[in-house]
Design a protein around this ligand. Structure first.
Ligand SMILES: [Zn+2]
Length: 443
């Protein structure tokens, strides 16, 4: 409750009355207690959580969250890929719902907040709006996406990507964990465990999507801000580069006659680090894997395979640098052959400016310091943004640490994020008279 009190404390004198009338206040204590109770499922000895996708722990998390939702009058449902929806019904059920949420799965040594904070703040907003008695035009649907983390089944963000049509259900069902258990087997078990949940189609129409998440970086904390208005997510390209030369005797073959794949790699690497890695201050360029064949001290390397992970917020820069990577590799190959395969191409995205304005206004309304911020990690919102105007709210996490047992968010920051989220959702649901929907948003 301290969080809510401090939030109110910093508002102007008339704000309590205004908020009570138009923007229902979330219950910070209830939200925190629920976060801590959820963190008991899969709890680790040093404060972390191991609750990977489709494990018994995640099913227990579903049970807990569905119970809270039902108690508040929300309607649980699922879909063929195992996303969980909890819907607060609006007056007109034919209008596309507003979605808000994140994920309930964690890394094997994850924390209490990554994903869980997004689902439970959205649930808190829905429960608060349900109790407010204000009329709402459309449904508000809290969502927990399947397998965001990708730790048990790769790749991550399966639920949101399948929902957005980026990956087929068959392809996802065929993925297996290290023990050989398929997503399909465990999805069937999930659906059998919750037989009374209605099954919704993948990709049903959305009005808008808003996701709260811990920042997983140090910027908000360093800047003394509580709300990060996420502008977008940086894009990423991954390459596999294969250099083919010729093996030879290290003692007999003259330098001029060699087709040394590692020598070619060395020339490429120097130029790549300088030209691509040094392009600008925000570029992220990594050669993280290198394989040399035959990797023997007295044999001239005949083959080198290496990886490139390239990230940048601007797609034009990403595209330009991808071309440069190909050109540098070709120019530095010398007597060797080189092939550059683009393995993954996820462009950077920008979130809805109108929704970003709403988040900023909500933060100002409650006196929460805010700033625009870029997401350096990927999130489910990347896929939702293809379907509807989307946005993300970041809250600080201690020392920027995430995917670790020591991951921590302050109760006051969780409460502030939940309140900003609740305000924005209330506006999107048409609960506040006289406030127009954001441009490009739901009609
Ligand atoms: Zn996450």
């Amino acid at each position: 409750m301290a969080a809510a009190r401090s939030a109110r404390h910093s508002r102007p004198d008339h704000a309590d009355e205004l908020s009570a009338m138009t923007y229902p206040l979330i219950d910070a204590g209830r939200l925190w207690d629920r976060l801590m109770e959820l963190a008991q499922i899969g709890a680790l000895p040093h404060g972390g959580v191991d609750r990977q996708a489709l494990t018994p722990g995640e099913l227990d998390a579903w049970r807990l969250v569905i119970g809270w939702a039902r108690a508040a009058g929300l309607e649980p449902s699922t879909d063929p890929v195992g996303n969980l929806f909890l819907t607060l019904p609006g007056a007109d059920r034919s209008l596309p719902p507003v979605l808000a949420g994140s994920h309930l799965d964690t890394q094997p040594t994850g924390g209490k907040f990554d994903g869980a904070a997004g689902v439970l703040t959205a649930l808190e907003a829905a429960v608060t709006l349900a109790a407010s008695g204000l009329s709402r035009a459309r449904d508000l649907t809290v969502v927990a996406w399947l397998n965001e983390e990708g730790s048990r089944f790769a790749p991550g963000m399966m639920g949101s990507e399948a929902f957005a049509g980026g990956r087929t259900l068959d392809a996802i069902r065929a993925r297996t964990d290290p023990a050989g258990i398929s997503v399909g087997t465990d999805l069937d078990r999930l659906h059998a465990t919750f037989p009374d949940l209605p099954r919704r189609p993948l990709g049903f129409p959305l009005g808008a999507y808003v996701e709260l998440h811990i920042e997983q970086g140090p910027i908000l904390e360093a800047e003394g801000k509580v709300i990060g208005i996420v502008t977008g997510m940086q894009g990423k390209k991954t390459f596999q580069i294969t250099i083919t030369g010729a093996e030879g005797h290290a003692g007999t073959l003259a330098m001029a006659e060699r087709h040394d794949a590692l020598a070619a790699f060395s020339r490429m690497a120097v130029e790549l680090y300088e030209t691509v890695g040094g392009h600008d201050p925000v570029i992220k360029f990594t050669i993280g894997r290198l394989r040399v064949e035959p990797n023997a001290p007295s044999v001239i390397p005949g083959k080198v395979v290496f990886s490139i992970d390239l990230r940048h917020p601007e797609n034009t820069v990403l595209d330009l640098l991808a071309e440069r990577i190909r050109a540098i590799c070709a120019a530095a190959a010398g007597p060797c052959e080189v092939v550059a395969d683009l393995l993954a191409d996820a462009p950077s995205n920008s979130f809805s400016p109108a929704l970003m304005d709403r988040i900023g206004a909500a933060a100002d309304r409650h006196g929460f310091p805010s700033m625009p911020i870029l997401s350096f990690a990927g999130h489910d919102a990347r896929h939702m943004e293809k379907l509807a105007p989307s946005a993300m709210i970041f809250i600080p996490c201690r020392d920027g640490v995430s995917h670790a047992e020591s991951e921590w968010a302050e109760p006051a920051h969780v409460a502030a994020g939940a309140q900003a989220l609740a305000d924005v959702l209330a506006e999107l649901l048409d609960a506040v008279p006289g406030i127009p929907f954001p441009e490009g948003g739901p009609r």
